[in-house]
Design a protein around this ligand. Structure first.
Ligand SMILES: CC(C)CC(=O)SCCNC(=O)CCNC(=O)[C@H](O)C(C)(C)COP(=O)(O)OP(=O)(O)OC[C@H]1O[C@@H](n2cnc3c(N)ncnc32)[C@H](O)[C@@H]1OP(=O)(O)O
Ligand SMILES: Nc1ncnc2c1ncn2[C@@H]1O[C@H](COP(=O)(O)OP(=O)(O)OP(=O)(O)O)[C@@H](O)[C@H]1O
Ligand SMILES: O=C(O)CCC(=O)C(=O)O
Ligand SMILES: [Fe+2]
Ligand SMILES: [Mg+2]
Length: 335
């Protein structure tokens, strides 16, 4: 047998045995169903980039954390560009600058202290460098395959909580926002721009939840308010076993779009920064989400597009994604 085939056999054997344990760790309240019995790898391509342990970890948990993947120098450049954008020294076409809801609705705050998140930075060459870093794409290819589209770009500047707990990001699955498939050929890369830990609101994940299905999402009923479009999974069970991903500057997590994740309150005085990109295979295809659980977010996105860009009814949810997507490797086949 070839070396690759040997490797695959070892991995599949391991997965077959360990899946029962992962299955058992989920409560029925979370309504996660498993049908997965591995005949081959479902979530990864074995391209000799990932170790056996990393393949097993991603297949089982739905994420892998790679330490020290992005250099300090690159991160400082992203941070510097973020500051220039906040000071309005550069204007980026298509960029959304989002303020925290409790800051936007109360005090007048200027500059980066008002900004919770930049979204859609694909037209900013300095920030978009993140999406084409070779060491990132090398890992992304293990999940998407060789044709790679950068579909969604964000720089998150989680502010110190104002006391209303609005700095939290409710537990969600990113696939809720995406009208393209297959889910297994989509991956998020999320890089800490400084030390992130429980106190400043690191990512919180439910390992193995990527093996469930897309759940219904809605605004959580939070007293202090919720940020626009921060939908959470319905009936979230706070007692579910979860993992806090504490990371150093430059550490990067790659995760599946069905993985349930969120982030806690920022209880420090600093702004917790991270940069991320969602990638999809250039072979993915758009779906119509009308009549599905994604209809609520689709309507919100289309509303915003019509207010912001004067888009008319003929602009679909899928169009709003196709416009933002950028090819970063290989061919743009059907996206
Ligand atoms: C996988 C991935 C996609 C997952 C996610 O990223 S989930 C989060 C997705 N988030 C987004 O797509 C960003 C959505 N936000 C935006 O588009 C913008 O921030 C807007 C909500 C439209 C506000 O922008 P803009 O109109 O420039 O802001 P203004 O300061 O002029 O405020 C206009 C009215 O909006 C309110 N507002 C501002 N920021 C927020 C907020 N964060 N949450 C809820 N409401 C907000 C603001 O209070 C104001 O309301 P009124 O005074 O008109 O009642
Ligand atoms: N009702 C809910 N619906 C969806 N997500 C929620 C809900 N309640 C909490 N979360 C999410 O659960 C995750 C953990 O939040 P929490 O505020 O408990 O942080 P934490 O890291 O546990 O902090 P602490 O150390 O203070 O307990 C966050 O993503 C938060 O937004
Ligand atoms: O950085 C965070 O707090 C998580 C953001 C996130 O999960 C998202 O925007 O989809
Ligand atoms: Fe997310
Ligand atoms: Mg807690």
């Amino acid at each position: 047998m070839s070396r690759a085939a040997d490797r695959l056999k070892v991995v599949l054997n391991h997965l077959d045995r360990s899946h029962d344990a992962v299955r058992a760790s989920f409560t029925s309240a979370q309504n996660v169903s498993y049908h997965h019995h591995p005949q081959s790898l479902q979530y990864t391509f074995d391209t000799d980039v990932l170790t056996q342990e990393q393949i097993i970890a991603y297949e089982e948990n739905g994420f892998i954390l790679i330490r020290n993947l992005v250099s300090e120098e690159d991160i400082d450049r992203f941070k510097n560009e973020f500051e220039r954008i906040c000071k309005r020294e550069v204007k980026v076409p298509g960029l959304t600058v989002m303020k925290d809801v409790s800051i936007a609705k109360s005090e007048f705050v200027e500059g980066e202290k008002a900004v919770t998140k930049l979204q859609d930075y694909q037209e900013d060459p300095e920030l978009f460098r993140y999406c084409v870093l070779p060491q990132i794409l090398k890992y992304v290819e293990c999940f998407t395959g060789p044709n790679i589209m950068a579909m969604h770009t964000m720089l998150i500047n989680k502010p110190p909580d104002t006391g209303k707990k609005t700095s939290r990001h409710p537990m969600h699955q990113d696939l809720h926002y995406f009208p393209f498939r297959p889910a297994d050929r989509i991956v998020c890369s999320w890089t800490a721009m400084e030390k992130v830990h429980r106190e400043n609101g690191c990512l919180v994940v439910l390992p193995g939840s990527h093996r469930g299905s897309l759940q219904e999402h809605d605004y959580p009923e939070w007293e202090g308010g919720v940020n626009k479009m921060y939908h959470g999974v319905r009936n979230y069970d706070p007692n579910h076993p979860r993992v806090h991903l504490e990371m150093e500057k430059g550490d990067t997590v790659f995760f599946h779009p069905l993985l349930i994740h969120g982030s806690g309150m920022n209880q420090t005085n600093g702004f917790r920064k991270a940069i991320s990109c969602h990638y999809a295979s250039g072979d993915c295809y758009y779906i119509d989400v009308n009549g599905t659980t994604q209809e609520n977010i689709s309507n919100e996105v289309k509303d915003l597009a019509s207010r912001k860009f004067g888009a008319d009814d003929s602009v679909t949810f899928a169009d709003t994604w196709a416009i933002r997507g950028r090819l970063v490797q290989g061919d743009r086949i059907s996206m």
